[in-house]
Design a binder for this molecule. Structure first.
Ligand SMILES: Cc1cc2nc3c(=O)[nH]c(=O)nc-3n(C[C@H](O)[C@H](O)[C@H](O)COP(=O)(O)OP(=O)(O)OC[C@H]3O[C@@H](n4cnc5c(N)ncnc54)[C@H](O)[C@@H]3O)c2cc1C
Length: 406
């Protein structure tokens, strides 16, 4: 078995893991990233990047390249209820240049992050799956990863679990994940050709005849649709067959009926997202820290996951550099990242639950008061506060370029 010795082993080369790897490498830390997939293609992931994440990635020098690979700018978010626009959030009112919702395929972002990591000598073990942790007593001192050439041991002063919502690292460390079924909906994602063209730059939620639908333009020329269905309701729906599903989709978004007929020909054309929120009970152990979806998982509503993953990396960076320099990567030292970050995450979760109830839930009382509440909200300072929170997350999280040595 080959062994690699490094300072930090990051498990998972998604937005959280690669951003952290780049920050650490630029600060003179030796980093190895272990990523299960050999290519940049991932199972369907989020694409909408909020202004806060854009600003951090721009400062890190990767946003322009990701944008150049192809993206769409969306200037507004609209909530449309039976043809009436109830909420119209104009991102152009935010300070330029990060005053849009950016729809950028995750492979474009990851390709840029990987290229930048390569320039700063990050060891990337793509096509390697972490299957076990290495321990010295209770302390975590590395991982075992299986790749095309067999099992490798990566020994590190600190392991970072950035391996997503079903984190293997978290499970191997024996950390419980508190799953909160606070959302009433799951989402079925699918794509159809975009016939409106670039003139439709907005992210929308439609409420119409059926279940609400999320919609945005996806690079290069498709419309990404997310049809909400009752939580855990997919099995019963699928049992009624694809014709029934097509009819329900068409009831929800009749304007796309012909395209749904043509492009949703089998249930396999739809991707189910089990929508839940979760937070790992602990984000740290001696020699281990969790970030991104591995530490906290979110609903796709409000497009928060990538922002939070990037911000986690930026927030952990100075804490980890300091811990490595002082030779103390115990849980207590790493908690200097986790303790202040948890309230941010709780706040996002509370906002998402409110957004979900306000826009997706359906009952006669809510349907009746929804237009008035939306009108009221649009004309109060609360609107700007909520917009800033959704767009930026915690604005105090700033890149520590003063720690860069290259
Ligand atoms: C359908 C869907 C739609 C979404 N829409 C949006 C959106 O529009 N905007 C938004 O901001 N967020 C959205 N999200 C959430 C967003 O995609 C995630 O929050 C974000 O990708 C989290 O980044 P991460 O780096 O923490 O984890 P991930 O992106 O999940 O990356 C984890 C990485 O770890 C790797 N990995 C897993 N297990 C192992 C292992 N054992 N060994 C090695 N590697 C491993 C995976 O291959 C993956 O590359 C959506 C999520 C889904 C599923």
């Amino acid at each position: 078995m080959t062994t690699i010795d490094t300072d930090v082993c990051v498990v998972g080369g998604g937005p959280a893991g690669l951003t952290l790897a780049l920050l650490l490498a630029r600060s003179g830390v030796r980093v190895a990233v272990v990523e299960r997939t050999a290519s940049l293609e991932r199972p369907y992931r989020g694409e909408i990047l909020q202004p806060g994440g854009q600003a951090l990635l721009a400062e890190l020098g990767v946003l322009d390249g990701a944008r150049a690979r192809g993206c769409h700018e969306h200037s507004r978010f609209r909530f449309v209820d039976r043809g009436r626009v109830l909420l119209d959030i104009d991102y152009r009112t935010l300070p330029a240049p990060f005053n849009c919702l950016l729809s950028v395929p995750q492979r474009h972002l990851l390709a840029e992050l990987q290229a930048a990591c390569g320039r700063y000598e990050v060891t990337l073990l793509a096509g390697h799956k972490v299957s076990d942790l290495v321990r010295d007593g209770a302390r975590i001192t590395g991982v075992l990863a299986t790749g095309p050439d067999g099992v490798r041991q990566i020994r590190a002063r600190c392991v970072v679990g950035a391996d997503g919502r079903y984190s293997k690292t978290r499970r191997l460390a024996g950390i419980d994940n508190d799953r909160l079924d606070v959302f009433d909906h799951d989402v079925l994602w699918f794509r159809i050709p975009d016939r409106e063209g670039p003139g439709s730059p907005e992210v929308r939620i439609h409420r119409g005849g059926g279940n609400p639908v999320l919609e945005y333009r996806s690079f290069p020329d498709q419309v990404q649709l997310g049809w909400t269905l009752p939580h855990h309701g997919y099995r019963a729906l699928a049992a009624r067959g694809v014709d029934h599903v097509r009819a329900e989709l068409t009831r929800a978004i009749p304007q796309y009926g012909d395209l749904i007929d043509k492009h949703v020909t089998a249930l396999s054309d739809l991707t189910l997202l089990d929508v839940f929120a979760a937070t790992a009970r602990s984000w740290t152990a001696d020699g281990l820290v969790l970030i991104g979806d591995a530490a906290h998982t979110h609903s796709p509503i409000g497009a928060q996951g990538i922002n939070l993953a990037v911000q986690d990396a930026v927030a952990l960076h100075p804490v980890l550099v300091d811990a490595l320099r002082s030779g103390n990567t115990d849980a207590a030292a790493l908690d200097r990242f986790a303790a202040p970050r948890r309230p941010d995450i709780d706040r996002v979760l509370r906002t998402q639950v409110l957004q979900s109830r306000a826009m997706l839930a359906g009952n006669r009382v809510l349907d009746a008061v929804r237009p008035r509440v939306a009108r009221l909200l649009a004309h109060t300072p609360v609107y700007r506060k909520v917009l800033r929170h959704i767009a930026y997350g915690n604005p105090a999280i700033r890149l520590r370029t003063d720690l860069f040595v290259r």
